[in-house]
Design a protein around this ligand. Structure first.
Ligand code: NCD
Length: 318
């Protein structure tokens, strides 16, 4: 039995980003995820909540964690799940992105989970198809379920998000994870410090209420949580810092740096991690790292989101 979440009823059809959501809606998703995380701890990890519903994963960009996590979450809710890979589809024969989605919808898809290199692609699709759309990452814009699983991981470890100081380290400019983190953390009352080389941290973020900083050694002792973002080499048009070695010298999370931080500092990283660049193996595998908890919490968050966009906002009565 899953107890009903104390969340207000959810009445959105899509999850496109955290920018659009209210504090209450975000808390509602996190509370619903808490009730679903119990399912993941059972030996029989399945509930009939979305039996008969069809979920399609449309991934136009590479992904390991996110695609697998959405598939597994949908299966845990007893939905039928179909993966769609752009590289082996009729897109290579000239079919448009919207036509592809309409054809998939014609097969009875209720929810389309979409990852696309173009910012706004899921929003565009939401105007052309009747199915629910979940944004699984659109270019450097948003990655709302990653933001939500980061919030859940922080809330579980610290008991609250309000009043915490959270440092987002590294390639803020090219990171959709950073944008979703920023919206979610600010709405839930955290102080957000963005720290990285000036070429990777746009000052415009100050207008949203974030602090912008460039010296990790000065910032780290003030943080309750740090999120080490991957250097998004594939999105950088030109060299924005001299070398990965120099980047890790100034911004890499090392044990030496952690020794000067708060003893209860929580270390997050969205993955894939580059050991020795954003953080050393010692830190990634160390006691302050919550990297694998993030992956586990991702399942509960995605179950909650699939459940809520499917119009099941009142209470999981399974
Ligand atoms: C992130 C992504 O794809 O945006 N990874 C993920 O979803 N687990 C972060 C990244 O690629 O650096």
């Amino acid at each position: 039995m899953i107890s009903p979440p104390p969340a207000p009823a959810w009445n959105r059809k899509h999850l496109l980003g955290l920018e659009d959501l209210s504090r209450e809606e975000i808390v509602g998703i996190l509370d619903t995820a808490e009730s679903f995380s119990e399912v993941s701890r059972r030996s029989r990890k399945k509930v009939p909540a979305l039996q008969g519903r069809v979920v399609f994963n449309l991934f136009f960009e590479n992904s390991t964690r996110t695609r697998t996590s959405f598939s597994l979450s949908a299966k845990r809710l007893s939905a039928d799940v179909q993966d769609f890979s752009a590289s082996v589809s009729s897109l290579t024969k000239g079919e448009t992105f919207i036509d592809t989605a309409k054809n998939i919808e014609a097969m009875g898809a209720d929810v389309l989970v979409i990852r696309h290199p173009t910012p706004g692609a899921p929003h565009l699709l939401s105007n052309h198809v009747g199915a629910s759309i979940i944004n699984a990452g659109d270019g450097a814009h948003e990655h709302p379920t990653q933001g939500l699983l980061d919030l859940l991981t922080i809330r579980r470890a610290k008991g609250t998000i309000e009043g915490l100081t959270v440092g987002l380290i590294g390639d803020i400019g090219h990171s959709r994870v950073a944008r979703s983190n920023i919206w979610g953390l600010l709405k839930l009352g955290a102080k957000v410090i963005l720290c990285g080389p000036p070429t990777l941290v746009p000052r415009g973020f100050e207008r949203l209420g974030c602090e912008v900083a460039h010296h990790l050694d000065e910032v780290l002792p003030r943080c309750d949580v740090v999120n080490a973002l991957r250097i998004q080499i594939e999105r950088q048009q030109r060299g924005l810092f001299p070398s990965l070695g120099e980047y890790s010298h100034f911004y890499g999370l090392t044990q030496d740096r952690l020794n000067k931080a708060r003893p209860d500092l929580l270390v997050l990283a969205p993955g894939p991690i580059n050991r020795g660049v954003e953080l050393t193996p010692e830190v990634a595998d160390g006691p302050r790292s919550a990297i694998l908890d993030q992956v586990t919490n991702g399942l509960a968050v995605r179950m909650a989101v699939l459940y809520l966009v499917s119009g099941k906002g009142d209470a999981p009565s399974t």
